[in-house]
Design a protein around this ligand. Structure first.
Ligand code: UDP
Length: 338
């Protein structure tokens, strides 16, 4: 059993990972500013530090007080559209916040003078418009959004710090995370809703009038963007494996986490229609700035090297798990209707 500090642990992916880490017998401390995370998303037995990564001293204090064996770093802003309209906020939160964490890790090195290792929540958005699909980890990194740039910038910080100071890290580049915990008790509940599957299901629940399809003129088979949808519990298990690899002394690296199959926006909406049992109203809208046409993972490396084996391999299954959560908690954690 090891002790792990999870930043952003009260968020969507964070809270699923916290459970998976506990299930793997780790002790978990969550550091979260609760700007988007939910206290209700945290299971019993987790220590909570309410702090912002922009508060350097608070981050150092959390590391000193809890002395984790490794850190899993999720805390970040995530909306691509907002990153384009408010880059200042994104660089500040995602880059400066992460830099504070990395610096605090150096400032609180162990007796052996090595900083504790980090699993970093990176993204497929670091690749931008890829030339080779599925995208391998060594593909060129040309983010089309500020969100992707902030994540790539911190990957660069981590590799420079590793070279200079020995900061072991694994960057997990997530593709499109979706679905909800098998228990049905936690799921996606962002304050600003932008993700396709969540929006489609909330539209089915009557909370929105219509789905907008952002662009039908992409160079894809049906003209809508293609994404690799990965279940949040499978992503959580990738973190458990990455943490273990670092604790076992694995060298720093990056892994894609996706299924390796793409689905278009139209295909996702059709799957949502099948799952909810009625057609979800939709209309065609202009492209959303920052969206590349294709994002599909080449994910054989994490399977081969860490033994990662995703359980949810079917789109309908992923959408069904999200539907269970949204139907049960139509207004998320704020107004749970059990
Ligand atoms: N999308 C859409 N309508 C929506 C939300 C998303 O057409 O209301 C599209 C979006 O343009 C992208 C895909 O669905 O091509 C997935 O978007 P999402 O925001 O879920 O994830 P992202 O790919 O930005 O991480």
């Amino acid at each position: 059993m090891s002790k792990l500090l999870v930043t952003g642990g009260a968020g969507y992916i964070g809270s699923h990972t916290v459970r998976a880490l506990q299930d793997a017998n780790h002790e978990v401390v969550v550091l979260d500013n609760f700007s988007a995370g939910h206290l209700e998303a945290l299971p019993d037995g987790v220590a909570i530090v309410q702090a912002d990564l922009l508060d350097e001293e608070a981050v150092r204090a959390a590391l000193r007080d809890h002395q984790p064996d490794a850190v899993v770093h999720f805390a970040a802003l995530i909306e691509v559209g907002e990153s384009m309209s408010d880059p200042r906020r994104f660089y500040r939160n995602n880059l400066l916040g992460s830099l504070n964490l990395a610096n605090a890790l150096l400032d609180t090195r162990t007796a052996e003078n090595t900083p504790v290792p980090v699993v970093f929540s990176s993204t497929a958005a670091v690749y931008g418009e890829a030339e080779v699909i599925p995208i391998p980890e060594d593909a060129p990194k040309r983010p089309t959004s500020v969100y992707g740039e902030t994540k790539l910038s911190f990957e660069h910080v981590l590799s420079a710090y590793d070279r200079a100071y020995g900061l072991p890290h694994i960057n997990l580049r997530y593709f499109n995370v979706s679905g909800a915990h098998a228990s049905g008790e936690i799921g996606e509940a962002h304050p600003n809703k932008t993700h396709l599957i969540e929006l489609a299901l909330l539209t089915a629940l009557g909370q929105r009038e219509k789905m907008k399809i952002f662009g039908t003129d992409y160079p894809t088979p049906d003209g809508t963007c293609v994404r690799d949808y990965i279940h949040v519990d499978d992503l959580a298990s990738a973190h458990v494996l990455a943490v273990q690899a670092l604790l076992d002394g694995s060298p720093s690296t990056a892994y894609n986490v996706g299924l390796g199959h793409g689905f278009s926006v139209k295909e996702v909406l059709d799957a949502a229609d099948r799952v909810v049992g009625t057609p979800i109203p939709r209309e065609i809208a202009p492209r959303r700035p920052g969206d590349p046409a294709f994002l599909v993972a080449e994910s054989s490396r994490i399977k081969a090297e860490l033994g990662w084996a995703p359980q949810y391999t079917d789109l309908d299954q992923i959408v069904e798990s999200a539907w269970r959560w949204h139907r049960r908690y139509p207004h998320g954690f704020e107004k749970a209707t059990r």
